[in-house]
Design a protein around this ligand. Structure first.
Ligand SMILES: Cc1cc2nc3c(=O)[nH]c(=O)nc-3n(C[C@H](O)[C@H](O)[C@H](O)COP(=O)(O)OP(=O)(O)OC[C@H]3O[C@@H](n4cnc5c(N)ncnc54)[C@H](O)[C@@H]3O)c2cc1C
Length: 380
């Protein structure tokens, strides 16, 4: 499949929007500006300085659909026009107390209410740290009080999963830092075993930048087959590489990360082949902005006898050349549309800015594509 058609990729964007996006991606691409910008934003956030309006008129609309579900609905309709499914993603992270966890769970239930009414809202996602205390998830064993707290986490997630089943919406549970991932996986498997008996509704996330995940995926597929439930797999490369390596170094344990980017991609592509080889028990979503991986999934699916449960996902503001060209060709593809109060989505925005910084002095993928489309429009 050809992803080079920037006309289809950026049909949604006016000339003005295109230039604005290119300007911002140009800023991220400058390592000094990027480092200064992210540090200044972090600092201003910690000092409670009023940076909301500056973010609201720059980076926020590039990567987020709005501050509320209602504000995202225009984007949802726009994406639907191009055959793209929306995954509304309440992007607030690292909540601290029970009141906030309950509020996040309530928001998720509201998303599912909307999803039952709008046919292009077929997926939604959840970060467990939005409904559970990070420090609790770090614990290998629980005290009596912590056991009660854990039961409340299960109960919050269970009510969300039950509603996802009622609304016929797939729920993607994000993967987070490796040292809390065992607890997240415990919840993922608990919910899959309960709710994925007839069809895949609950998906876990496998981060292939971890060198142990391919083997874990293989064991999970075996478990799903043995115990008779659908394994929902969202596969990513992983978003916390530096943090993981830094922590391992500081605490003196071997890093769980792959040695090189190529090793990550190798396992990512093997993960695709492994999942698609089991169409009777695995539903697979390739969540990536990497064209080679998407092409690989399409090639394997094309040569299969059985129609696999296969979908693709990209983040709002990124990978449009993949999303819109896939949708144009009739494939199942969704955009994660994050939303939330500007202040609360700052960690998410910072991750996106860092992800789009220049790698080895090269112009980032997004900026290259935007520049190509600006040039094409000028010349046509
Ligand atoms: C829809 C969607 C949902 C997502 N959900 C999650 C989630 O739940 N949890 C999560 O952690 N991330 C998530 N991500 C982010 C994702 O993990 C990546 O950070 C991002 O998408 C870039 O990965 P890519 O496949 O596009 O790869 P590319 O851009 O081709 O490669 C970049 C990735 O390769 C890996 N990498 C780079 N250098 C090295 C190195 N030296 N050694 C080893 N590995 C390296 C890193 O993972 C890096 O992000 C999601 C992404 C998308 C598109």
């Amino acid at each position: 499949m050809d992803f080079s058609d920037t006309r289809i990729a950026f049909l949604r964007k006016s000339d003005q929007e295109l230039k604005q996006s290119a300007f911002l991606f140009g800023m991220f691409n400058n390592p000094t500006l990027n480092r200064f910008g992210t540090k200044a934003t972090e600092l201003a956030f910690k000092m409670h300085l009023p940076i909301d309006s500056a973010l609201r008129s720059t980076i926020f609309p590039l990567f987020c659909g709005g501050e509320t579900i209602q504000e995202c609905m225009q984007t949802v309709t726009d994406l639907e026009r191009f055959g793209v499914i929306t995954n509304l993603d309440f992007a607030v992270e690292a909540k601290q107390n029970e009141v906030e966890f309950d509020a996040t769970a309530k928001e998720l239930l509201t998303i599912l209410d909307y999803s039952a009414r709008y046919k292009s809202l077929q997926f939604t996602s959840i970060k467990i740290t939005g409904i559970a205390r990070f420090a609790l998830l770090e614990r290998p064993t629980f005290s009596k009080d912590e056991e009660l707290e854990w039961q409340r986490v299960i109960s919050r997630l269970d009510s969300i999963c039950a509603k996802a089943v009622d609304s016929d919406v797939c729920l993607f549970i994000d993967a987070e830092e490796s040292w809390i991932q065992d607890r997240i996986d415990e919840l993922v498997f608990m919910m899959m075993k309960k709710y994925n008996r007839d069809r895949p509704i609950i998906y876990g996330t496998w981060q292939m930048y971890r060198h142990d995940r391919l083997a874990h995926l293989e064991q999970s597929i075996q478990m799903a087959k043995n115990e008779g439930f659908w394994l929902g797999v969202k596969q990513v490369r992983g978003a916390y590489l530096e943090k993981e390596n830094e922590r391992a170094h500081l605490m003196g344990y071997p890093t769980p990360m792959q040695k090189t980017r190529e090793d990550t991609s190798k396992d990512y592509d093997q993960g695709i082949a492994l999942c698609l080889a089991h169409p009777e028990s695995v539903a697979f979503c390739a969540a990536t902005h990497n064209e080679n991986s998407v092409t690989r999934a399409l090639d394997i699916a094309r040569n299969m006898k059985a129609e696999p449960h296969l979908s693709f996902a990209q983040l709002y503001g990124m990978g449009d050349h993949i999303t819109f060209n896939l949708a144009h060709a009739g494939h199942k593809v969704c955009k994660y549309v994050p939303y939330g109060p500007v202040r609360e989505v700052i960690p998410y925005l910072i991750r996106r800015a860092e992800e789009n910084s220049s790698i080895a002095g090269q112009v980032s993928r997004e900026l290259t594509l935007l520049q190509r489309e600006i040039k094409r429009r000028k010349e046509s």
